[in-house]
Design a protein around this ligand. Sequence first.
Ligand SMILES: [Zn+2]
Length: 469
Amino acid sequence: MNEAEHPQPVPGTSVPSGLKARARRVLQHLDAVLPDVDALYVDLHEHPELSGHEARTASEVARRLEPEGYEVSRDVGGHGVVGLLRNGDGPTVLLRGDMDALPVEEKTGLPYASRVRTEDGEPVMHACGHDVHTACLVGTAAVLARSRDAWRGTVMVVGQPAEETLQGAKAMLDAGLYARFGTPDAVLGQHTAPLPVGTFMHREGVAMMASAHVRVRLFGRGAHGAMPELSVDPVVLGASVVMRLQTIVSRALSPLEPAVVTVGQFQAGSRANVIPDEALLELTVRTEDAGVQARVLAAIERIAKGEAAASGAPRPPQVEVLERTPVNRNDPALLGRVRDAHASVGRARWCRACSPPRARTSPSSPRGRSTRCPPRTGSWASRPRRPGRRRRARRPRRRRRTCRGRTPATTRRTARAPAQRVRVTHRGGAGLPARRQCRRGPLKRPRPGAGPLARRVPRRLPPPRVPPS
Ligand SMILES: [Zn+2]
């Protein structure tokens, strides 16, 4: 990702005046709202609904928006819910929460774990956190409705159906979402992630990868399982395709081009002793760039055709792209305002990997300490301050003046390599000429466990494991 794609936030800018006070005025209603949000979360988790079947969830959302003063419209593009709260002149801000669950069996053992199954016996679970998103959406709507003196404008709350199948948002737009309710100035969404409790993470630039749903039908020739010589086995063909697809990310793309190719579905045959006629593969492809997406899709088609030809398939395979969504790229200016709002009520941290140099080199930047965000997220996180907890004073670092390493004898003796002399491995004492730092006389071999790698290399290796006889 280059700088243009990943614009960096400017550290050290102060939170706009008045924002903190307004944020606190909004959040003072949080305690009153939380019990209902918590109950709604548990209820939604116990009663998940698959994409396109979110009737109950949508009605729970609508039922809670109405008493807060929202103008509620139901069944917008399927089970979509829209709630409007007008509060004078100002921007229209759309808050979006997705409502659907996944066909996954819950094995958490939680007291409120889902035991829901469809009529076909398929398990259903909120395994992607959309129950959290919906509950938070309703809670936010309630808090904003109760603190109208702290803000101005219009809030458009949107409960989005069928996110997992990539159809719900389009269905709502096709149903005239913006034509009926107005085009928002800003759209805010959220997604759960494995982060420390109470942490918000923001990311400038690409927030979500582009997604494509691909179906590959492989044609073979069926036969009795005991007479494989009469067949072109689509199961073996499919297996070869699946294995070969793994080389797209590992061999055909640069390490700087993140992508995912997952075969989530492989269907073929119905009996142990029958070689089927066809095999069906369904894939999801995630990329950060439209060009990379096009190359990955082309590679999938090429591999499917190549393997089919190698197997002697009677027909070339059918490769279809069923759904496709573009990259979700956050607007830096809008993200900055959201970040300021979070920072005004929390403790801010920069990610070392993606923060600008000033924040990276200054651990005590005005924004707070720098930190590492989870791999590949490249983000900025803020965490609510715990009341009554004081930050411990930073202990001054002790400078070690002892030489713990060595210089190769030849390097020390000859004056012809002054540059190499500086490589004497002193810990601390930076800025002094290397010669003056070591007062021990001729350097010896470093003790095991000493020197710059001491922290990384264990002094003693664990005893070798002896397999039980
Ligand atoms: Zn999700």
